[in-house]
Every structure is written in structure tokens, then in C-alpha cells.
Design a protein around this ligand. Structure first.
Ligand code: AMP
Length: 206
């Protein structure tokens, strides 16, 4: 909650859904800062495991570098650990769920922990812009002397996009059918997209 410039009237759990490069991580960080929510990024958790050299981290490193999805079992385990140990006035799921099995597991975990899923927001971006953003992110990191993500290159990105369309995009229909899907045009300026997301989240708590 520290540093939040605004507040929520009740707990709200949000999924940010979208392809690699859609801006899920960037927007999740803004929601954390502005609304005091807690970001749960399975990509960040897996990278931490890889960097700290845990057995699981070593197992997933190559799969991630190729741009493939790691197993449902691993990521569901990571989310379960957080949901049962972290208290928050709202979670932002960033990069999870990515398969129908993960979506079903999330429903079960939220039910088990007495929580609800309030809104799923699809960030819509054209493929050409995704490629530009990812390649740009790698170039910026390199220029700043920071480590470049092993999967931020055109070859891995092709795989990541394929994984997204094959395994994650079906979740759009799944959440539409459940009645909690919203869309945001995520091709404009970061601040204006953040404003749209914040308005959706606040409406969900009203
Ligand atoms: P991200 O940081 O969300 O772009 O994720 C980077 C990589 O981590 C993905 O390309 C996958 O290899 C892996 N990953 C992250 N989240 C998941 C997930 N929910 N299911 C499977 N693999 C994941």
C-alpha cells in the first residue's frame, strides 16, 4: 500500500492478458504504484529462480530461452505459494494464466483462498508493434549495459507468439464466456493505457 496515490474501495483481482510485448509488466507496475495492488508475474518468478540457480530455475532456463511455455505444474505451484502466503488488497496476474489448465487451477485456488476473479483485461496490440517493442527492449538494455533477456530476440519471439496464439489466446473466449472480459487498445502512450486500465479496475470495485 505504501506509495499508493489512490485507493481501492475493496479487494480486486485482475488478470492482464496479452501477447509478449503488450505491456503487461509495465502496466502492472503502474497499477501497483497507483492503486497499491500486488503484481504476480510468473515470468519474473521464473527468472528469479533461474538467476538464483535453484534446481527448478536450471530446469526451466532453456525452455524459457527458446520462448516455449514451462509446465503448468511449475507455474501453478508458484502462484499457489503466493496466494496462500501474501496478503493484498488485490492481485494483478501478469503472464498467468497462459493455458486453460492454468485458468482452471486459478479458479480453484481463488475459491480455496476465499477470493474472486473480478476482471480480465486483454491488452490488444498488432504483431508488428510487438516485434518492434521486444527488439527495442533488448537494444535499450544492451545500450544501458544491462543484461538482455535470453528470449528477447526475433527467433525466440516467433516461438513466444506461436505459444501465445496456440495456448493463451483461447483464454480470451474462455473469459468472455465467463462474463469478465474487457479489452484495452494497448498501442498508444503508456500513460493513456494506464488511465484506461485504472478506470476499469476502479469500476470493477464499485
Ligand atoms: P514473461 O516474462 O511473462 O514474458 O514470461 C517469460 C517466459 O517465462 C515465457 O516465455 C515462458 O517461457 C515462461 N512463463 C512465464 N509465465 C508462464 C506461464 N504462466 N506458463 C508457462 N510459462 C510461463
Amino acid at each position: 500500500m505504501d506509495g499508493a496515490t489512490d485507493s481501492l474501495t475493496r479487494t480486486v483481482n485482475v488478470i492482464l492478458l496479452g501477447p509478449p510485448g503488450a505491456g503487461k509488466g509495465t502496466q502492472a507496475e503502474i497499477l501497483v504504484k497507483d492503486l497499491g495492488m500486488v503484481q504476480l508475474s510468473t515470468g519474473d518468478m521464473l527468472r528469479e529462480a533461474k538467476d538464483s540457480g535453484t534446481e527448478m530455475g536450471k530446469r526451466v532456463a532453456e525452455v524459457m530461452a527458446r520462448g516455449e511455455l514451462v509446465t503448468d505444474e511449475i507455474v501453478i505451484g508458484l502462484i499457489e505459494e503466493k496466494l496462500t502466503s501474501v496478503k493484498a488488497n488485490g492481485f494483478i496476474f501478469d503472464g498467468f494464466p497462459r493455458t486453460l489448465a492454468q485458468a482452471d487451477a486459478l479458479n480453484a485456488l481463488l475459491e480455496k483462498t476465499g477470493q474472486t476473479l473480478d476482471v480480465v483485461i486483454e491488452l490488444q496490440v498488432n504483431d508488428e508493434i510487438l516485434v518492434e517493442r521486444i527488439v527495442g527492449r533488448a537494444e535499450q538494455a544492451k545500450a544501458a549495459g544491462k543484461p538482455v533477456r535470453a528470449d528477447d530476440n526475433e527467433e525466440s519471439l516467433k516461438f513466444r507468439l506461436m505459444e501465445y496464439y496456440k495456448k493463451t489466446a483461447p483464454l480470451i473466449g474462455y473469459y468472455h464466456a465467463k462474463g469478465n472480459l474487457q479489452h484495452v487498445d494497448a498501442m498508444g502512450a503508456i500513460d493513456s493505457i494506464a488511465g484506461d486500465l485504472s478506470a476499469i479496475v476502479k469500476t470493477a470495485t464499485a
